[in-house]
Ligand binder design. Structure first.
Ligand code: HEC
Length: 155
């Protein structure tokens, strides 16, 4: 019997640790022993997040939302891995590899500067100055965020 009891309390202890790790409020005094452990664990350390709206970003990319004085991204980029690239790089999968372009730059930061300052980093095999450089003026900061959210969704 003592063994069974010990097993039971071990299981109960694990359950309490599980609860504490999830940050659930509990008044059980046993949990008080874990006060040295932070329960505010980041839920998802996802650096590829954006505050933009991907659907609105796609509409800008495709030209469904017209931009005064600026061409739609689709006029130079395809987003389908099965299609050959056009003027600019094929952006299929850009959400997955944007973070690998510039050391120390997150996917989000890289995509932002690719849009508003395209010559800050020029993709291998492409000429500098080829990408339309006026999006910083043609798009509002929110629209840039929206396009970034759309590009991040292209995994
Ligand atoms: C006039 C053609 C043209 C237009 C329009 C254009 N781009 Fe580009 N884009 C390019 C070229 C060429 C490159 C590669 C050279 C460079 O890096 O600047 C490029 C590079 C990029 C890259 C970097 C890709 C990589 O593989 O790292 C991103 C992201 C990008 N463009 C997004 C956009 C978005 C979003 C728009 C619309 C808001 C857009 N582009 C409009 C021509 C264009």
């Amino acid at each position: 019997m003592p063994i069974v009891l010990r097993l039971r309390s071990a299981v109960a202890g694990l359950a309490l640790v599980g609860l504490a790790a999830c940050g659930s409020a509990t008044t059980d005094s046993n949990v008080g022993r874990f006060t040295g452990v932070s329960t505010t664990v980041p839920v998802a350390g996802n650096t590829a997040s954006s505050s933009g709206d991907a659907a609105a970003g796609k509409a800008i990319f495709d030209g469904t939302t017209a931009l005064a004085g600026a061409p739609p991204c689709l006029s130079c980029h395809v987003v389908d891995a099965a299609k050959p690239q056009t003027v600019g790089p094929n952006l299929a999968g850009i959400g997955a590899h944007a973070a690998t372009r510039v050391a120390g730059q997150s996917a989000n930061a890289y995509l932002h500067s690719s849009i508003v300052d395209p010559n800050s980093y020029v993709v291998d095999g492409f000429a500098q100055g080829l990408m339309f450089a006026g999006y910083g003026d043609a798009l509002t900061p929110q629209q840039v965020d929206d396009v970034v959210a759309y590009l991040l969704s292209l995994q």
